[in-house]
Design a protein around this ligand. Structure first.
Ligand code: AMP
Ligand code: GLY
Length: 425
């Protein structure tokens, strides 16, 4: 099969590496990909949001299957356009991708179907939003822009005054553009966070191994929120008992609800969960694989990713086996110092011989045979081992073998997970 993967980050590199192992995969294109993955995929200069160009490329090159990985093209209808042109794909149609594209939709879905989540209200009128905040108890309040905002549209306000300022920044100061025309205001929840990615064909749902993201930029959970600075899998807070509860109260009800509302979700559905004192609750849904969750989850997948994806597309997920190894994985993101704010690029990336970790490139480009940094998150170093402790240690050994100017990485990826593991013993 000729396959095209839409997107350019570490997540896409991990997807491509997993797909390349399939005996069915003959040729893989990355649209647009990045220089760091050009050894296993042919990178084509087609923007991930340029849907007409993606469709044209797939049709002109007789591509058999397209995996649409990022949120933007999914929400913009890339899968709908490809299907109309007769190209099968992995990923939800636009009417299902709305589960990530609109937080107000997602909250409404959970309210309509009794899926546990934080109490909330949504507003497209600023005055009404401010009035609502005024009537709340003093304390922490969460304000979210309705639409896509590169993972930055969530403000945890310390008090009512900060929450009101957050609403104003979104609704009248245009901080997140049109994404902030509607806001969701919700109750502040506490508890460990768990990411669960799940394969679904619209009916059957198969959760993958759980993971833990590290969203803040700096060691010690300090600094700005980022797309994610590192991950571990599995997440030790996510016990078998909690997994069973999530399946019954969250995963199956969500997939059923989407189908019932005429929006069957096919692809990878990402559940961002918080394990609160009142049980697991949904913090957010994403309509796609997480980044960098994918860089720890897929290395643990033992089944053929392409077979599983095709089963999702063709509505026969219940008939395939999805098997994960019992080991652990850790991914440390190496970023350009300054990310997620301003940073320099153009530094050469050198990997020493004998680095026995997987490297997933994100912000990297090829220039005259050299690999240079070109983005905020430059690459992820992933190690797999039979225990979490060994995986973390091996990933940091790997990091020491990767060099580029301005490199920055957190020193505590996996630390919280290891502490939770100790606690559970
Ligand atoms: P999101 O972009 O929706 O993943 O939100 C970013 C982060 O904000 C999450 O990973 C949580 O740590 C935090 N967050 C979002 N909603 C809530 C909430 N209702 N209570 C507490 N923390 C939250
Ligand atoms: N790492 C979080 C996300 O992909 O949204």
């Amino acid at each position: 099969m000729k396959i095209a993967v839409v997107g350019s980050g570490g997540r896409e590199h991990a997807i491509i590496k997993a797909l390349a192992k399939s005996p069915l995969a003959e040729k893989i294109y990355a649209l647009p990909g990045n220089g760091g993955m050009s050894d296993i995929a042919e990178c084509v200069a087609v923007g991930a949001k340029d849907i007409p160009a993606i469709v044209r490329f797939a049709v002109d090159n007789a591509v058999d299957y397209v995996v649409v990985a990022p949120d933007d093209p999914l929400v913009l209808g890339a899968v709908d356009a490809l299907e109309e042109a007769g190209v099968p794909c992995f990923g939800p149609r636009a009417n299902a991708a709305v589960i990530e594209g609109s937080k107000a939709f997602a909250k409404g879905l959970m309210a309509r179907h009794g899926i546990p989540t934080a109490h909330y209200a949504d507003f497209s009128d600023e005055k009404a939003a401010l009035g609502y905040i005024d009537g709340l108890k003093e304390g922490k309040i969460v304000v979210k822009a309705d639409g896509l905002a590169l993972g930055k549209g969530v403000i945890i306000a310390e008090n009512k005054a900060e929450a009101a300022a957050a609403v104003r920044s979104m609704m009248s100061e245009g901080k997140f553009g049109a994404s902030g025309n509607t806001v969701v205001i919700e109750e502040f929840l506490t508890g460990p966070e768990v990411s669960v990615l799940a394969f679904t064909d619209g009916e059957t749902v198969v959760p993958m191994v759980s993971s833990m993201d590290h969203k803040r930029a700096l060691t010690g959970d300090l600094g700005l929120n980022t797309g994610g600075m590192g991950t571990v899998a599995p997440n030790p807070c996510y016990t078998d008992e909690i997994a069973a509860e999530c399946m019954e109260k969250i995963f199956l009800p969500t997939v059923r609800a989407m189908k019932e509302e005429g929006r069957p979700f096919k692809g990878c559905l990402y559940f961002g969960l918080m394990l609160t004192p009142d049980g697991p609750k949904v913090i957010e849904y994403n309509c796609r694989f997480g980044d960098p969750e994918t860089q720890v989850v897929l290395p643990l997948l033992e089944s053929d990713l392409l077979e599983v994806m095709l089963a999702c597309t063709e509505g026969r997920l219940k008939d395939v086996e999805v098997r994960f190894s019992r080991g652990s994985a850790c991914c440390v993101i190496m970023a350009s110092e300054g990310y997620p704010a301003a940073y320099g690029t153009g530094y050469e990336i050198v990997v020493d011989e004998g680095c026995d970790c997987e490297i997933y490139y994100a912000g990297a480009k090829l220039s005259e045979g050299k690999l240079l940094t070109s983005g905020g998150r430059v690459l992820g170093v992933t190690a797999v081992a039979d225990t979490l402790e060994k995986a973390v240690e091996k990933a940091y050994d790997g990091v020491k073998k990767v060099h580029f100017g301005n490199a920055y990485y957190r020193l505590d990826i996996g630390a919280r997970a290891l502490a939770a593991e100790k606690n559970a013993e």
